[in-house]
Design a protein around this ligand. Sequence first.
Ligand code: GCU
Length: 384
Amino acid sequence: LGCFLLAGSEVYQIATPPAANLDESKVPSYEEPKLDLTNKKDWKTTQRPAILQLFAKNVYGRVPEQKIPVTYETTATDRNALGGIAIKKEVTLHFLPGDTAASLHMMLYLPKNAKARASVPVFVGYSFTPNAVTDTSAQWPLKEIVKRGYGVAVAWYWDIEPDRANGWQTGIRTRLADKLKIQPREWSALSAWAWGLSRMADYLKTEEKVNPLQLIVIGHSRLGKAALWAGANDQRFTMVVSNESGEGGAALGKRDYGETIAIINDKFPWWFSPNYKQYGSNPAAMPTDQYMLLSLIAPRPLYVASAIGDQWSDPKGEFLSAGLADPVYHLFNKKGLETASMPALEHPVGETIRYHIRTGKHDLTRYDWQQYMDFADRQFKAKK
Ligand code: GCU
């Protein structure tokens, strides 16, 4: 009937999940929780904090608010990076004195030709690969990004917590349990990764060439889930980009298409809070759905992107979710996605909530980056 997965001393009970539905005509009807919106003030002071709490309780676990001293060590500076167009800094964020493993190794690329006193918008995110590989990764077209006047701050997410069932035992959830006053099972790998993104933001606030009001948090797939959760918790991220984040990210969880809550909790239990497991067999009982997470980004610019070859992430569920966040943007007199019909391939739509679906498979591509930079150009133009 069910199986137990042992992850270190952590025990998760999970019902064996039914296979994914990939047939649109077989999507059962579902109902989304309604937001009873009144005004901006009520949203900010009452509804928003309550929804954030629901996600912490039911989906991701908490992101600790406890502040800890972090020291920054610049281990290398290259004033002629990326063929001479960038300054590259390698900075280690030390979270625990005397524990070299409790640290994050960040690479920061800044355009060299930025005017003497100008500061630049920066994309902040994790890579799937260690730094030496990310440097030349197709998912991080660094030269192109820097040429367009953006900085990039990127780190390998395994520095925070290795992405496996027992990763929490060697990651910060264990190492910082005392300092952060939180037990490992009160949060999750996704919350830990979100926490790490906020620590990158802390550092970036100390860099004079970085515009502190133009920090764009970005992530692909599981790292897109982390980027959304970081953006929901930390409003210093003034723009949020979800690239094919799918289930537990931008896609509606109550819509039975592609990966499901049951499947994701079966395969990746450590990503989410233990509480999330109960909704695998009963998504209807869930008090949240992912469009509410997207709503927490309002009124900040939000980009949700899908790929036609990535049905596992449920492109339509991502599109619908983005549109359902519109009403909260309207409270702030912003236009959101403003359309109910999915756009054609490579035809981005929307104003403060932007969406595209492109040709090709599950990946973070040059095309995706170009759209994110076009969007950011427009959003930040007045302030650039
Ligand atoms: C798996 C998982 C997805 C996740 C993806 C990724 O496919 O089921 O939820 O987004 O990995 O991170 O690439």
